[in-house]
Design a protein around this ligand. Structure first.
Ligand code: UD1
Length: 418
């Protein structure tokens, strides 16, 4: 298993480009199940989660390949409508095949994903949405079995904001008969990206970008072309990398508005940040103060940036409170940050970070999940001496060549094969 080794306290400087969004690419690739033909995407990042999706799509009869900048999915009729446990357990987002398979074939058999490091992550809201659209749902031997003669438009009211649930409902509703109204829909930019591609395919959706999506079902969709939006979580991570090392870093090819909640908090902490339409620059700050955050659905502070922000707060001048409202077990990085000498007290969903400039000291640490691994890399960049982060397969699920990008900014970081 690969490790990442970092020699810390080297300032990062320069310009770096953001890759396409993982969390947009995954639903977009599952949306290809909605109709046969050649779907063409650009800006699809090269990541383990994309490969896992490719494997599942191949199991469902589709073929995906890269052709230069293009990522092409050839969708064919599928004899099987089943997403097996082995594929789903590797990537929870596999549940996103439920809506498209059900809408297209009237049947979907999808393994229940099981637990994961950051919490229980149930799929009850996905299932409620499918039931509202007229599906019969059964759970047998660890599988969700969803069946319908024909999905029918309905009013779906989510009792909590769910990104994946909204995406599944949207993908099912576009081929349902009649009108569907999704209320309390998630408003993440990745939902807009999916909706925009569905519209290109011929879907009729209004209210994109709001919490009420109205869909008029159509009988047929056709494949289209689409450029995936930039990854706001990667962009935010790279911005923090510049900030935490006291350097001047410009993150290019991004949409700063998509991670403005982070930019606002970093400015409040004392960083000077220049925001352009497609780039953002952080300038060196000698010291910064602790600023509280709480994670919220978009446009609130993203849970996927909470761990990385905590790394920055470890060396702030003074304390802050970090509250995690989205997942119940998303402080696994706290114990690892403490191995790097950070001063943190955490309870289930609240962490008090007693920031102190220069407090981080290199040590071997272990990544527990995707965003926690990015947090540890950032902390390693700021720590004295060497930090090694093991179990970085988590990092490879969601960051395209992160160590190369950090190296290009002057970071002393390398991947060590074992
Ligand atoms: C997506 C993102 C993930 C991000 C998360 C929250 C993808 C591939 N993943 O995950 O990176 O951290 O949004 O922004 O886009 N919940 C239920 N029942 C459900 C569904 C969700 O109780 O049926 C709960 C979850 O346990 C969680 C909260 O709702 O506490 C939000 O989860 P959700 O928005 O669905 O996250 P994902 O779509 O899984």
């Amino acid at each position: 298993m690969d490790k990442i080794s970092i020699l810390g306290q080297t300032q990062l400087n320069g310009r770096v480009k953001t890759s396409g969004a993982k969390n947009s690419s995954l639903p977009l690739l599952f949306a290809t199940l909605l109709c046969n033909g050649r779907h063409i995407f650009t800006n699809v990042p090269n990541l383990q989660d994309i490969l896992s999706t490719e494997t599942l799509l191949a199991h469902l009869g589709s073929k995906a390949h890269r052709d230069g900048e293009k990522y092409i999915v050839e969708t064919n009729m599928s004899d099987t409508h089943k997403a097996p446990y082995d594929l789903v357990r590797k990537m929870r987002a596999s549940i996103l095949c439920l809506g498209p398979l059900l809408a297209r074939y009237g049947e979907a058999v999808v393994s229940l994903p099981g637990g994961c490091a950051i919490g229980t992550r149930p799929i009850d809201k996905h299932l409620e949405a499918m039931k509202a659209l007229g599906a019969e749902i059964d759970i047998q031997e660890g599988y969700v079995i969803a069946r319908t003669k024909k999905l029918k438009g309905a009013r779906i009211v989510f009792d909590g904001v769910t990104v994946g649930g909204t995406e599944n409902a949207l993908m099912a509703a576009v081929l349902a008969e009649g009108e569907t109204i999704i209320e309390n829909a998630a408003k993440e930019p990745e939902i807009d990206d999916l909706a925009n591609y569905l519209v290109k395919m011929g879907a009729k959706i209004s209210g994109i970008g709001t919490s009420i999506l109205t869909i008029q079902g159509v009988s047929k969709l056709t494949p289209a072309e689409h450029a995936v939006i930039p990854d706001r979580i990667e962009a935010g991570t790279l911005l923090i990398a510049g900030a935490i090392t006291g350097g001047e870093v410009t993150v290019e090819n991004c949409i700063p508005q998509h991670f403005e909640s982070l930019i606002v908090k970093m400015r409040e902490a004392g960083f000077k940040i220049d925001q352009e339409k497609t780039s953002v620059t952080v300038r060196p700050a000698k010291s910064w103060k602790g600023v509280d955050i709480q994670t919220m659905p978009y446009p609130g502070f993203a849970t996927d940036l909470q761990a990385q922000y905590m790394a920055l707060m470890c060396i702030a001048n003074g304390p802050c409170i970090i509250t995690e409202n989205i997942f119940e077990n998303r402080f696994m990085h706290v114990q690892e940050l403490m191995r790097l000498n950070a001063d943190i007290t955490s309870r289930t969903q609240v962490a008090i970070v007693r920031g102190k400039p220069g407090v981080l000291k290199g040590a071997p640490v272990m990544a527990t999940d995707l965003r926690a691994s990015a947090c540890l890399v950032l902390a390693g960049l700021a720590a004295t001496g060497e930090t090694t982060v093991s179990r970085i397969y988590h990092l490879d699920r969601g960051y395209e060549r992160l160590e190369e990008k950090l190296m290009s900014l002057g970071g002393k970081i390398k991947r060590v094969k074992e």
